[in-house]
Write a protein that binds this ligand. Structure first.
Ligand code: ATP
Length: 240
């Protein structure tokens, strides 16, 4: 129904080995919104994305996508369900060309004609990738690698995009372009985005809502507008 969030995390406890990193996290992400996940290094933001995409398994709690439990879905099936994850560091395979990297994102489909059309859509969206389609990943600039990582995720037309620090290491102009692209994807295609960022200003400029994580818990959740403007919240949770 309209009221069911696209992604719902309930009472999630998860981590690596015996010690949990995330403690009793609850988070609902409505369809068609961008939710920023903020917080200091080590707060658990990356771990949260890994749990949603099935790279680590919760020790307690539930993760529901479109009302269905994700906890039994295998990682390689996530993309088929409509979930794409762009990891920290982006995961571009630098020995492969731009086009080979993009094809990896569409591999699960296995339909050649459809793949060509999808590639062309990505090249329309990211013009520099079209020019460099035969170049190996290691020849790309940081901004181009970010485009490639995003393009590889988008080629499968995900409903939920999990993005881990897309602005890391990029020039301010490229960061602004990335945020603008996320806005376009949300507004034109209704894409839902969980956006982990250290770049608070960039993230709050595009997000509808934001959570601030601290020590593996969600310390605060509010609209991005309030977190930007409410001095008390900013001082308490964002340090500016
Ligand atoms: P950062 O911005 O530094 O990535 P973060 O908020 O994303 O921070 P996480 O990467 O989720 O934080 O890390 C949370 C905690 O989990 C940290 O204490 C970290 O040391 C620990 N951790 C992260 N990855 C692993 C791992 N593969 N094995 C064991 N512990 C890990």
């Amino acid at each position: 129904t309209l009221d069911t969030p696209l992604l719902e995390i309930r009472n999630l406890t998860a981590g690596y080995g015996a010690a949990p990193v995330l403690h009793e996290v609850d988070l609902a992400v409505p369809a068609g919104r961008i939710v920023a996940v903020l917080g200091a290094n080590g707060a658990g933001k990356t771990t949260l994305l890994r749990a949603v995409s099935g790279l680590i398994r919760p020790s307690r709690g539930q993760i529901l996508f479109d009302g269905r439990d994700l906890c039994t879905v295998r990682v390689e099936q996530m993309i088929r369900r409509g979930i794409a994850h762009v990891p920290e560091g982006r995961g571009v395979i630098v020995e492969l060309t731009v086009e080979e990297n993009l094809r990896l994102g569409g591999l699960w489909r296995g339909r050649r004609g459809a793949e060509r059309a999808q590639l062309d859509e990505i090249y329309d969206l990211f013009e520099p990738l079209a020019r460099r389609r035969r170049s190996p990943g290691h020849q790309l600039s940081g901004g181009e690698r970010q485009m490639l990582a995003l393009g590889r995720a988008l080629i499968a037309s995900p409903r939920l995009l999990l993005l881990d620090e897309p602005s890391l290491g990029l020039a301010p102009r490229v960061i602004a372009q990335t945020m603008e692209l996320l806005r376009t994807l949300r507004d034109r295609s209704g894409m839902t985005v969980l956006l982990v960022e250290q770049n608070v200003h960039g993230a709050l400029s595009v997000a509808n809502d934001a959570v601030v994580m601290s020590l593996g818990r969600i310390a605060v959740r509010d609209s991005a507008a309030r977190l930007r403007t409410d001095e008390r919240l900013r001082h308490a949770y964002l340090g500016f």
